[in-house]
Design a protein around this ligand. Structure first.
Ligand code: GTP
Ligand code: MG
Length: 248
């Protein structure tokens, strides 16, 4: 019998990773994730209510990786919902809009929020950070990228919205190594540029319920075994209750 067979079987077993998106409202986090997971681009701005969820599979060498992406709402209003999702994270996509300097400046505050939520014993050393300069095109050049590169490239990567480079943790939790996952190909060529003002229109009751049902189906402990999914499910239930209370 081949003595290496069990090892090879182990290597082929699928691995799950948890990735979160962070960045100001309207910078394009959900679009990037939808493009990546569902291969579609959404031109209309639909503010994420609390949190959204995307999942996709990628093959890295002989291993199948299930990428669970928790897409955070960027608006400060949703802090109470998204703060539940920082733990057990292995990868972070930090997104800014190249046409909005303040969205770039805000990246530090996003990292600070994550640090605060993970607490004094939270370790961010093994988390891989990817900075994404989004909405590149139509003369919107990523002039901020040099600063970003120097600020965030420790254990991280940088990409523009037309190209995604991400990293995966090595099996066993050791220091991460880079792996090219996908080409995003955003579609700026046919999109009008939007005004750089963020605005949030709260969805009515049925919009909240719709978002809740979508997430509940994905995150229910009977359906999802991704790290943190049980807590995520509880957070979604709490978020729905809190939001419905506020919608009269
Ligand atoms: P929140 O959920 O509120 O945090 O926002 P978000 O960061 O998820 O933004 P979203 O992905 O919903 O995108 C906001 C708007 O930017 C939408 O109207 C998108 O169509 C638009 N958008 C996203 N990516 C691009 C891009 O690469 N180029 C252009 N021109 N528009 C984009
Ligand atoms: Mg969103």
């Amino acid at each position: 019998m081949d003595a290496n067979a069990p090892k090879r079987k182990e290597a082929r077993k699928s691995l799950r990773i948890k990735v979160i998106s962070m960045g100001n409202a309207e910078v394009g986090k959900s679009c990037i994730i939808k493009r990546y997971c569902e291969k579609r681009f959404v031109p209309k701005y639909l503010a994420t209510i609390g949190i959204d969820y995307g999942v996709t599979k990628v093959q890295v060498r002989d291993r199948e990786i299930k990428v669970n992406i928790f897409d955070m709402a960027g608006h400060p209003f949703f802090y109470e919902v998204r703060n539940e999702f920082y733990k057990d994270t292995q990868g972070v996509i930090l997104v800014y809009d190249v046409g909005q300097k303040e969205s770039f400046d805000a990246l530090d505050a996003w990292l600070a929020e994550m640090k605060q939520e993970l607490g004094p014993h939270g370790n961010m050393d093994n988390i891989v950070f990817v900075v994404c300069a989004n909405k590149v095109g139509h003369g919107r050049e990523p002039r901020l990228c040099c600063k970003v590169l120097s600020a965030y490239c420790y254990r991280g990567h940088f990409f523009f919205s037309s190209l995604s480079i991400a990293s995966l943790p090595k099996p066993g939790g050791a220091a991460p190594h880079p792996a090219v996952l996908c080409q995003l190909g955003q579609g700026d060529g046919c999109l009008p540029l939007r005004s750089p003002h963020c605005c949030l229109v709260l969805s009515p009751r049925d919009e909240v319920n719709k978002a809740y049902r979508k997430l509940a189906v994905l995150l229910h402990p009977d359906k999802c075994v991704a790290p943190g999914s049980e807590d995520a499910f509880k957070a979604v239930v709490n978020a729905r209750t809190a939001l419905l209370k506020n919608i009269k």
